[in-house]
Design a protein around this ligand. Structure first.
Ligand code: SIN
Length: 176
């Protein structure tokens, strides 16, 4: 007899590379947002877009009472978390949160959030400085520049206006 509880799909909210790089099987993909969180390039990347010696900068969610963060929600089978936990292992932890789908309705889901104090955390910096940092970093998954540009393009495709991401993109594209 199968354990039905082990087959129940879970919604995973992606707000960074999970928006544009879905290298895992999913049952459904829906535009969604979470309230009370803001996307910030405050997490270091030792294993994807940088190295331990020269970390890249990637996004995490930070609590922000008035904010709303747009992304995509994937409905995934429990077995997919083996892959996702490995992919997001550099300082991210799964947290539960409430999702609102762009076409209506809500659901409980999880997101990978890198909290202050994790081994790769970098914290806030001026957006121009973040852009210079990103321009110079690369790791096993590719350049940090591509991470930023692909994220910005994916957010535009969702119709999202993220001032933090777009300001860093503008600053990076203006670099000599
Ligand atoms: C996410 O995309 O939801 C987490 C952060 C990342 O992997 O870029």
């Amino acid at each position: 007899m199968s354990d039905a509880g082990n087959d129940v799909p879970t919604w995973v909210f992606g707000y960074g590379s999970l928006i544009y790089k879905a290298d895992f099987p999913y049952l459904e993909r829906r535009a969604a947002h979470v309230e009370g969180w803001a996307r910030r390039f405050w997490q270091g990347s030792h294993d994807h877009r940088g190295t331990p010696q020269r970390p890249g900068r990637v996004v995490t969610l930070v609590p922000a009472p008035q904010a709303l963060c747009a992304g995509v929600a994937y409905s995934v089978a429990p077995a997919v978390f083996d892959h996702l936990d490995h992919r997001e292992k550099n300082g991210y932890r799964r947290i539960g949160l409430a999702l609102r789908f762009a076409d209506g309705g809500t659901a409980q889901g999880v997101a990978y959030v890198a909290a202050p104090g994790n081994e790769a955390y970098l914290g806030p910096a001026p957006e121009a400085e973040i852009a210079r940092h990103i321009a110079a970093a690369a790791g096993p998954s590719g350049s940090n520049r591509d991470y930023l540009l692909q994220l910005a393009a994916a957010l535009r495709a969702l119709g999202d206006e993220d001032p933090h991401v777009f300001a860093i993109e503008r600053a990076l594209l203006a670099l000599p």
